[in-house]
Design a binder for this molecule. Structure first.
Ligand code: FAD
Length: 387
């Protein structure tokens, strides 16, 4: 390979692949993606369950989802391949008045930002939308029928192949281990485990490992890993494939069907080692109890313990992406900190970062809330996200 890159992207997950494609589509030649893994999908993207929603509580995230959804709907034409988007809906459940108020406030933000199909639903309507839930504790909720499911690895694969068709290259087994700086503070060279190359621009798309990559460039990036565990049942037809993603607002428990099995999640505190991705047997017991209490037909459905898995969210302090130029390092850009929403937002993040790099600013959306320098500014705090 050549020993220079116009744009070097660190990390070939769904975010790095989307950035690579969108840069190449904007005419940037010589885009090179470096990933330490032997193949695509070894990071968080390959462990994501594939939910897609516009039901967020903050305007910027709603707009990211709308931009991403528009791109997912024309994925086959623009990118080629199948992103797997199925509008099965997302149903948020409130078990009390405070939770319902939280959902109503979020719904108002969604409506104000152009989401016209999300609506409040009462307990009776919830029983029609998802008749499998135990009704006793359901107070009300919100529902958006155009939310649903996507296929993370198919989106990654689509962006990677489309980027390669436009001349971008992906280099696997190439861990980025250092940067050389020019006199003006910009990054002049990138070192991998095999090579040293001259670079004009660098993008950090290293997911849960982004802080480490930023530190190599002398930047303190507040992205930390957070383990998410997933329980999966044995094959079953206890719940239909058409069931919407169903989330309980109070504890974040969610249940969905994928490929003939039921997936169960409930957030848990991080492990002692924040990069740990084992699954705790006690957590499987817990999520199974929660599931059987809320979804009675699961009482006799076994968990396939050997198939349960965990992966890492890439958390930022305010739970939203960090997108744009690194303060103080002229040619370093961040596409980080999506905090568990990186697959669904990847089409938008790639579009926007390409605009920032090529045009000097994002034009598709106002993303001032995502600017990397915001953590030194108390005023940047916004309401917390739903999940
Ligand atoms: C259990 C679970 C469920 C999830 N469900 C959803 C969901 O339903 N919807 C959704 O939108 N998101 C979901 N997410 C979040 C989603 O997986 C992430 O937000 C997304 O995959 C982030 O993509 P990425 O490309 O930034 O990171 P990754 O896919 O992790 O890619 C980062 C890449 O960087 C590489 N790398 C790291 N350090 C270096 C280095 N020094 N040099 C070279 N390469 C390096 C890694 O090998 C990796 O391939 C889920 C996550 C988990 C764990």
């Amino acid at each position: 390979m050549s020993r220079s890159a116009a744009c070097a992207i660190v990390g070939g997950g769904v975010v790095g692949a989307s950035v690579a494609y969108h840069l190449a589509a904007r005419g940037v030649r010589d885009v090179v993606v470096f990933d330490r893994a032997p193949r695509a999908g070894e990071g968080s993207t390959g462990r994501a369950t594939g939910g897609f929603r516009v039901q967020f509580a903050r305007a910027t995230e709603v707009q990211l989802s709308l931009l991403a959804r528009a791109k997912l709907q024309r994925f086959a034409d623009e990118i080629g391949g199948d992103c797997g988007y199925v509008a099965a809906g997302y149903l948020w459940i409130a078990e009390g008045e405070v939770q319902l108020d939280t959902l109503r406030t979020a719904l108002a933000v969604q409506r104000a930002n152009g989401v016209d199909d999300a609506l409040e639903v009462d307990a009776g309507e919830i029983a029609e939308i998802n008749p499998h839930l135990r009704r006793a504790s359901v107070r009300g909720g919100t529902y958006c029928p155009s939310d649903g499911f996507i296929r993370p690895l198919q989106i990654l694969d689509g962006y990677r192949r489309a980027a390669e068709r436009l001349g971008a290259r992906f280099v696997w087994d190439a861990e980025v281990v250092g940067f050389g700086r020019a006199r003006d503070g910009s990054i002049a060279t990138l070192r991998t485990t095999h090579d040293k190359i001259a670079v004009a621009t660098v993008v950090n798309a290293a997911g849960a490992w982004a802080a480490h990559v930023a530190a190599l460039a002398g930047f303190d990036l507040p992205v930390s890993p957070l383990r998410r565990q997933v329980a999966i049942t044995v094959p079953t037809d206890a719940l239909p494939a058409t069931m919407p993603m169903t989330i309980y607002t109070g504890d974040g428990f969610h249940v969905r069907v994928r490929d003939g099995r039921v997936l169960l999640l409930v957030p848990s505190p991080g492990a002692a080692d924040p990069f740990e991705v084992s699954v705790e047997p006690a957590w499987i017991d817990l999520v199974t109890r929660v599931a059987r209490a809320r979804v009675p037909c699961l009482e006799t459905v076994e968990i396939d313990r050997a198939a349960c898995w965990a992966g890492l969210y890439e958390m930022s302090p305010d739970g939203r992406a960090i997108l744009g130029a690194a303060p103080g390092v002229p040619n370093l850009y961040f596409a980080n900190g999506s905090s568990g929403h990186g697959v669904m937002h990847a089409p938008a993040l790639g579009t926007l970062l390409a605009e920032i790099i090529v045009d000097g600013r994002a034009t598709s959306l106002d993303i001032s809330a995502l600017q990397p320098g915001r953590f030194s500014d108390e005023r940047a705090r916004d309401r917390p996200e739903l999940l």
